[in-house]
Design a protein. Structure first.
Length: 105
């Protein structure tokens, strides 16, 4: 671990991030950290890695999205964006991929 990495980790822990012993874990609601918004959505119909890739690819195309992690096993899609997303944009992207957005998880 480099000194820079350690400092970043210590800073995150001191700020009460979910990485700290006293921080909260993701509860499915949107949360704001360092200018980014993390939102977890429930998507139905994903069954494999191909499904995950299709959903991730479509959501990644939405303006302001910086990261997408889709998990077929849980049906959860975690989206990090620069600002809160319009759910209708996320719904349209998931629909384009061939799946259904059930809402926020």
């Amino acid at each position: 671990m480099t000194a820079e990495t350690k400092t970043e980790t210590e800073t995150a822990q001191a700020a009460g991030s979910c990485c700290s012993p006293t921080g909260s874990c993701h509860d499915g609601a949107a949360e704001t950290t360092t200018g980014a918004v993390t939102t977890v959505y429930a998507v139905t119909g994903m069954t494999c890695g191909h499904c995950e890739g299709a959903v991730s690819g479509e959501i990644s195309a939405i303006k302001g999205v910086t990261s997408v992690t889709a998990e077929a096993a849980s049906g959860r899609v975690t989206v990090v964006s620069e600002a809160p997303l319009d759910e209708s944009d996320v719904r349209a992207a998931v629909d384009e991929a061939g799946y259904e957005l059930a809402g926020q998880a």
